[in-house]
Design a binder for this molecule. Structure first.
Ligand SMILES: Cc1cc2nc3c(=O)[nH]c(=O)nc-3n(C[C@H](O)[C@H](O)[C@H](O)COP(=O)(O)OP(=O)(O)OC[C@H]3O[C@@H](n4cnc5c(N)ncnc54)[C@H](O)[C@@H]3O)c2cc1C
Length: 538
């Protein structure tokens, strides 16, 4: 009998672990995940803030599950009819088929950034290790530039950090990042503490709505004391390259929007024939997918009824529930094999805790509310016991102890966020690039209109050029060298596709149609402009 588990998060790993403990010899357990490590997501804000190093917050799945077969691959398709799963694996991403007798779907959820215009192009997220790493590098990059720039407008923008969502993830991210920047600012002598502003935008009436009014008020008070601005009953309406626009029409000028809102099923789940409700897989009380025998779902991907106290509620998407479901599900697979009655999933939450940074925590444990230093100590102790491997526990504990004695490291490492091709949104009046800048990319206008103003024509005349949907700009300096000779400004609210400069250069020089096109286009378009090149001293 083969049990195939899809996803190496809380649900998948704990289910495999339980099966590993109770399995009989005839059972093979295989787990497939696109990361070869298990990430303890509640620690992500601490990774972003540099309290814990990225590698210390994760545990290799092979080390956690030595008796389970592990495959590092991308799950591409689930065929319920043929009882197999198609995966892409290896350097060349070849497709393979893996069969199963029992299928456990534990693939979690993905970020849905389509819920707010521009969020997908101009925000950072907080879902996996790469995200935490990118957030940290991005903020350090903003501090580095803000410390040296003479452009006050740019400085203001760099020092406005907007966090979207005031739930656990948003509040913990804001608290941790604020603590990180407070500790780092003494090393950035041109940035005053009051220059750096954190903003939390939350749709509901209070922060941490899951923990009730009292804790929400307390969190608000703590954050206000730390000068974190809170916008309650407020929705983010749009994000553009330089602004976060709220539903009351106000704008926060910013280069940093961190989104902790919006979850959705992966495309693979959404496009399968699995029964879905609110984007989640519908299961019965035993976690078996409705109408599919021996196909199970758990964790964030599932709509799992919780039979506690005869309730008909569904389980919330938390690690605490995923772990309990995993244990129950593993038992049910064994019971099914022995033709015994399955057990219903029932679990009463023991409570929830959140860290607000700077040694302050809040939470509810059973009926008790904890807050302040005590809340923070309980939060740390709880998560330490919850981390599933002893070496990872030790690494995290050492990092936490070191925190008391050594300063945070403001090391800027290479960001993983350099996308070769991306969309960018510009509002009317926004500048894409200015005269004198070096090239950063090639732009194709998708929507709207841009104006290019060349001031440095040899005869001193100002020359204007308009780019509408379908036209492009930014190629000349990448392909011929030098500095930007014009300033490009959005004349309307617009969207561009940006190809990062090195990728564009390789493409334009090596793809014959493109190289022919540009060797024609450049002399034809720019020769008659009679441009005065900007030299390095400008
Ligand atoms: C920042 C943050 C803080 C949180 N804090 C808390 C907290 O304090 N307390 C709490 O209880 N919960 C917390 N949560 C929620 C908790 O982490 C989730 O509820 C839990 O991770 C759900 O477990 P899961 O196994 O369903 O999904 P996940 O843990 O998300 O695991 C899904 C796995 O599937 C893999 N996968 C997905 N698609 C594919 C594919 N196509 N191919 C291969 N592999 C794939 C992923 O790589 C991942 O390994 C937090 C979440 C976040 C993001």
């Amino acid at each position: 009998m083969k049990v195939l588990i899809l996803g190496g998060g809380f649900g998948g790993v704990y289910c495999a672990r339980r099966l590993q403990k109770i399995k009989k010899n005839s059972m093979e357990v295989e787990i497939i995940s696109n990361n070869n490590y298990f990430i303890f997501q509640p620690l992500l804000p601490e990774v972003a803030s540099g309290t814990i190093s990225a590698s210390d917050a994760v545990t290799p799945i092979r080390q956690m599950l030595p008796n389970v077969k592990f495959r590092n691959a991308e799950i591409q398709n689930i065929s319920l009819k043929d009882r197999n799963v198609k995966i892409l694996q290896g350097f060349r991403r070849r497709q393979h088929t893996v069969n199963y007798d029992h299928l456990v779907i534990a693939m979690g959820q993905e970020c849905n950034l389509d819920i707010v215009k521009g969020l997908k192009y101009h925000s950072l997220t907080m879902r996996d290790l790469k995200d935490a790493y990118n957030v940290r590098n991005h903020i350090l990059r903003c501090l580095e530039l803000a410390d040296v720039t003479k452009d006050e407008k740019l400085k203001r923008r760099l020092l406005n950090i907007v966090i979207v969502g005031g739930g656990f993830s948003g509040v913990e991210t804001a608290g941790e990042l604020k603590e990180m920047t407070d500790r780092l600012l003494p090393y950035y002598r041109n940035i005053k503490k009051e220059d750096l502003k954190f903003h939390i935008v939350e749709y509901s009436k209070n922060l941490l709505p899951e923990l009730g009014y009292q804790i929400g008020e307390y969190t608000k008070k703590i954050f206000k004391k730390r000068k974190i601005r809170i916008y309650l009953s407020t929705a983010l309406k749009e994000v553009s390259k330089y602004n976060a626009i709220l539903d009351d029409g106000s704008k926060i000028e910013t280069n940093t929007v961190i989104s902790t809102i919006g979850s959705t099923a992966s495309k693979l789940v959404a496009n399968s024939s699995l029964p879905l409700k609110y984007g989640k897989i519908v299961t019965d009380q035993f976690m078996e997918v409705v109408n599919y025998k021996n196909v199970w779902a758990l964790g964030d991907v599932g709509m799992i009824p919780n039979a506690v106290n005869g309730s008909t509620e569904f389980s919330p998407p938390t690690a605490q529930f995923a772990v309990r479901q995993a244990k129950c599900l593993a038992k049910n697979i064994m019971l099914r094999e022995f033709n015994r009655d399955l057990v219903r999933f029932k679990y009463k939450s023991k409570g929830s805790l959140a860290s607000l940074g700077s040694k302050v925590g809040v939470g509810k444990i059973f009926f008790f509310t904890v807050k302040g230093l005590l809340g923070w100590i309980i939060w740390r102790a709880f998560y330490l016991t919850f981390i599933p491997s002893v070496p990872t526990k030790l690494r995290v504990l050492v990092s936490w102890i070191l925190e008391f004695f050594v300063p945070r490291k403001a090391v800027l490492t290479e960001s993983l966020n350099n996308k070769p091709v991306s969309y960018e949104i510009y509002k009317k009046g926004d500048i894409v690039f200015e005269e004198g800048m070096i090239a950063d990319g090639f732009y194709i206008v998708k929507e709207g209109e841009f104006e290019n103003i060349f001031r440095k024509t040899k005869d001193g005349k100002i020359f204007k050029k308009i780019y509408k949907s379908g036209s492009h700009f930014g190629s000349r300096v990448i392909l011929e060298g030098g500095r930007r000779t014009g300033t490009i400004k959005a004349k309307k609210n617009s969207v561009v596709l940006k190809i990062e400069k090195d990728s564009f250069k390789i493409l334009a020089e090596n793809f014959p149609i493109l190289s022919r096109y540009f060797s024609n286009y450049l002399p034809k378009t720019f020769k008659k402009l009679n441009l005065n090149e900007i030299n390095d001293n400008t």
